[in-house]
Design a protein. Structure first.
Length: 187
């Protein structure tokens, strides 16, 4: 059986023609990751990423940014800011993993998690991937249909922040969308 990372990369488009196509790829990759990991209900544990071959995850307290990824000697090294709340670290782990999926290893250097360090499209794809891994559309819809409608309760069930859960519900058209600052990223 092929390595999960190789399978996820195979879903990527060679030359995406639109941001919508990139976001669709991110959602398909998230679904495949969950399926290949055997995860069928929330919360999604970070071990599905941390246990992958050729990927090492460390937490460092008081890192000046949320995360840093490097490709060193054939291994991806991801350093997370251990001072941030667990829900943020989980989100950052999934977000940065999408950047790893999209990075050609031969050209990989150091990436610091910040909008200015990558294109807006790449950031939106990483945000979408994180949302789809941690809060898959089908699971959110099922739990919503079962009558769980409080954002804080849903956030606890999925192990995400209140804001991430609210944005996901908006994106899935389960609650009305609020006005956003122009630089705010939708999940």
């Amino acid at each position: 059986m092929k390595n999960i990372i190789v399978r996820l990369r195979e879903l990527a488009l060679t030359t995406p023609t639109s941001i919508d196509e990139e976001l669709e790829v991110a959602e398909r990759q998230a679904s495949l990751l969950l399926a290949m990991s055997g995860v069928t209900e929330p919360p999604v544990h970070e071990q599905i990423i941390e246990r992958l071959p050729r990927l090492v995850v460390h937490e460092v307290p008081f890192l000046p940014h949320s995360a840093e990824i490097r490709f060193v000697n054939g291994v991806w090294l991801m350093v997370l800011n251990g001072s941030e709340p667990l829900v943020w670290r989980r989100w950052t782990l999934m977000h940065e993993f999408k950047h790893i999926l999209d990075a050609p290893e031969a050209e990989a250097g150091t990436h610091r998690s910040a909008i200015s360090s990558t294109t807006r499209g790449a950031e939106r794809a990483a945000e979408t991937f994180a949302a789809c891994v941690l809060m898959p559309r089908v699971w959110v819809q099922r739990i919503w249909d079962e009558g769980v409608r409080e954002i804080a309760v849903l956030a606890r069930i999925f192990g995400v922040s209140f804001d991430a859960m609210r944005q996901r519900l908006e994106r899935l058209d389960l609650i009305p969308r609020r006005k956003r600052h122009p630089q705010e990223i939708l999940v």
